[in-house]
Write a protein that binds this ligand. Sequence first.
Ligand code: G4P
Length: 525
Amino acid sequence: MAFEKEILRRRTFAIISHPDAGKTTLTEKLLLFGGAIHVAGAVKSNKIKKTATSDWMEIEKQRGISVATSVMGFEYRDFKINILDTPGHQDFAEDTFRTLTAVDSVVIVIDCAKGVETQTRKLMQVCRMRKTPVIVFINKMDREGKDPFDLLDEIEAELGINVRPLSWPINGGMHFKGVYNIYKERLDLYTPNKQRITESIEFKNLYDDKLIDFIGDDDTKKLRADMELVNGVYNPFDDADYLAGNLAPVFFGSALNNFGVKELLDCFIEIAPSPQPTQAVERIVHPNEENFTGFVFKIHANMDPNHRSCIAFVKICSGKFERNVNYKHVRHGKLMRFSSPTAFMAQKKETVDEAYAGDIVGLPDTGNFKIGDTLTAGEELHFKGLPSFSPEMFKYIENSDPMKTKQLNKGIEQLMDEGVAQLFIHQNNGRKIIGTVGQLQFEVIEYRLLHEYGAQCRWEAISLYKACWFESDNDEELADFKRRKFQYLAKDKEGRDVFLADSNYVLQMAQNDFKNIRFHFSSEF
Ligand code: G4P
């Protein structure tokens, strides 16, 4: 069937990294290979500049660009590649977590000098939870960095995944000469050039004396010794292990110099998975099922304050999506038809007539969707979303303009549906608490409430350490816990019980005193 072929040739993935490791640069180089863009620097504009860390206006301006670059699709060889962009700013980490629910694999970029950093660690946790296959790209090899063996050890220890180098660097920094491409058994020589594609040289094997002509006697010896060690320490690359999310192949290169990027892409299309089955509450959905199913993983608000319109990003999980066909919005139990769905090719959005499992379509929306909503050809089906994680920062949100209470409440509800932050209702006093992963989100909420809903809010400090969801099979103990900890209890947006611990000590005490209660730091357990 033609449509099965379409699905098999799709590769939908995200590039993730700690800010500054080179995600934007790598994305851009990949797009250059796909012919999706023609000049370097085109993607850069999407990046929230470091100077704007707490300047929401600046980010607002840049958001216009980021709608178009949220998904970057391009054709490479016989493959249709969809790169899902993830916000670089760590205050939007929750957005990135959700994007990871819509990809079939991930490329992690690591700075060779900095190694594994906080944000990488957090994102990898989500990949591990979902068993997402990951490829590691160790970037900035043109700069002095850590020893490659040390880096690999660090990745294994810190990210909790086995690694297998598929390329090996010949020196680094000033003396970087290139990489030995283990996967293709050839030598890729490094020439610093931001636009040029790597030239690679074929050898019979590592003991071919021609090698010395290119990298000299000493480096040839070292490379041979390194490779012996690599082959001794690491098991041969195993496809199945990678696909199961247990083994990460590692590449070395320099995105800025366009070195090692083509090798990464060529290997990626060969080993990375085509669209994978998706777990719904009722059953597992396979991509090549004939009927369309999909879910909303991201909602992008329009910048125009006069029109509260959004774009809901839908990942197609099975079948074919068609324009102007009725689909069921399962939560609302009603049929909806979309006359102008958009697909994302390179940096353009365009109306599409059809899209296939693995693709992302953007549906213009005026408040019908929330994160996690399922669309189907008629089936009563619910895709499982990503759980919410305990926020890191909390504030009471209060109304500054009593005439606008309705607007404020509506605004808060819709922004939460969009997944901007998390809302908790304190059981003791009924007050609303907003939980975020960073200060910037509070600014986003305040700004958007004012500009999109005409509501004014003010923040009041609350000192909280963690919000954790809790449950127990012991009804008596649960009732006792709720009675004694009443002043620490809240409900989340879905009405689930949440314990608000104001310090690690309080949390530990509760865990000690109530042995039959399970505390969870994410909402799915
Ligand atoms: P991010 O999206 O992960 O945050 O990182 P981004 O690609 O923006 O890269 C961060 C910085 O690292 C940029 O420099 C970029 O040019 C540089 N960079 C990326 N890849 C390499 C590489 O392979 N080698 C070297 N030496 N540098 C690299 P910047 O000064 O912050 O930005 P810009 O002024 O170059 O735009």
